[in-house]
Structure formats: structure tokens, C-alpha cells
Design a protein around this ligand. Structure first.
Ligand SMILES: O=C(O)CCC(=O)C(=O)O
Ligand SMILES: [Mn+2]
Length: 199
């Protein structure tokens, strides 16, 4: 996609059964919710997390938290299938030794979108971002290091993994409003797993 950014088409396909089973367990313990931004807007994407640290936003700001603010409990552990997939994808993209401690899980229903942003709440920008797409296809917007850089558009399908790090680690990116549809395995939604080294 760019210097430091790779799109691995279909890489997660062999994991789809394990991933969807694990997703159901996670969502039962830490339900999807629409978080509020510091500016007071409710996000159209519903989110939950697994792993030692979870990304959260509320009126006070963005942060990683070891606990789910909705339940007060630690986030569900990161399933082995998630970790292995993320590590293998990072490896394939040329980022050896990636060891994620956070997995943000995004659920897009038709119309949901994510505006252009950088992933910059992590302590260590030497680790890449590994982003897994499941379910309905989406248009991924991948820009440059300045917000004003015009993003390129990539169609992300079920099983695709985008990895960005190194010179691309702080690239602005986002997701266009999800088109309606029905996916054979996941139904009327797109799920995105975003693996990070947060701490
Ligand atoms: O849904 C996606 O493909 C991207 C998600 C994302 O950029 C994020 O969660 O920070
Ligand atoms: Mn992001």
C-alpha cells in the first residue's frame, strides 16, 4: 500500500472459524458499545476489546485501560487464535517479533464509518498495527503523514489483513460508510480486529 504498509489478501481466511467462535465469547463477556469521543460525539462503530489493554474513549479523552469501564472487569484474554494470526501476519509483512497486548474489535453495521485518524495512543510506535477484516467488504482510506494528504482507497474483503508500521506507522487512515449487504458467515456487518502493542 505504501512504504511500510502491506495488504495481505485472504490471510485470515484459514482462521475464520476459530475467530468467529472466539468473537462470540468475547462479546458475551464485554458487549459491543458505542463509545463517546472527547468532543461528545457517539461513534457509529460499536467497539469492544480483548487483551491486557483495551482502547477506550469518553468525555475525558482516549486511553488504554486494563479494565472494561462498562463492567469494571479486566477485558477478556486475547485468544490464542487471535495472537497467532496477528504474529504471523506481522511476520509476513516484515515486522518480526510483534507481540500485541491489545486488540480493539470494531463492529460496523451499514452506514457506520471511521473518520481519518492516526493510531497514536500507544507508547511504542516501533511496533506495527495489524488490522483484520471480516464480514462485509469496506473501503479503507489510507492517506499520508499529514491529515491533508489525499487518501487512497482500498477495498478490504473478508479475510484481508492490512499491516502498517515503520515509515507508515503514523499514516492517517479511516473507513468509508459501510455499504449494506449480507455476508455468508457474519451477516449484515463488518468486524475489524486491530492489534496493537499499547504498552
Ligand atoms: O476498521 C478498520 O479497518 C480500521 C479501524 C481503525 O483504524 C481503528 O480501529 O483504529
Ligand atoms: Mn486506526
Amino acid at each position: 500500500m505504501a512504504d511500510g504498509a502491506v495488504l495481505l489478501r485472504g490471510f485470515a481466511k484459514p482462521f475464520e472459524a476459530d475467530l468467529t467462535a472466539a468473537l462470540r465469547d468475547i462479546a458475551a463477556q464485554a458487549p459491543f458499545r458505542h463509545m463517546v469521543t472527547p468532543g461528545g460525539h457517539q461513534m457509529s462503530v460499536a467497539m469492544t476489546n480483548c487483551g491486557g489493554a483495551g482502547w477506550v474513549t469518553d468525555r475525558t479523552g482516549y486511553r488504554y485501560d486494563a479494565r472494561d469501564p462498562e463492567t469494571g472487569k479486566p477485558w477478556p484474554a486475547m485468544p490464542l487464535s487471535f495472537r497467532e494470526l496477528a504474529e504471523q501476519a506481522a511476520d509476513r509483512a516484515g515486522f518480526r517479533g510483534f507481540s500485541p497486548d491489545a486488540c480493539l474489535i470494531n463492529r460496523y453495521q451499514p452506514g457506520a464509518r471511521m473518520s481519518l485518524h492516526q493510531d497514536r495512543d500507544e507508547n511504542d510506535f516501533s511496533a506495527p498495527i495489524v488490522s483484520v477484516s471480516l464480514g462485509l467488504p469496506a473501503i479503507f482510506l489510507f492517506g499520508g503523514l499529514k491529515r491533508s494528504d489525499r487518501p487512497r482507497r482500498f477495498r478490504l474483503e473478508h479475510g484481508d489483513i492490512a499491516v502498517w508500521g515503520g515509515p507508515a506507522r503514523l499514516v492517517f487512515h479511516g473507513v468509508a460508510p459501510l455499504a449494506d449487504g449480507e455476508h455468508g458467515l457474519l451477516g449484515r456487518q463488518r468486524i475489524n480486529l486491530t492489534f496493537r502493542k499499547a504498552r
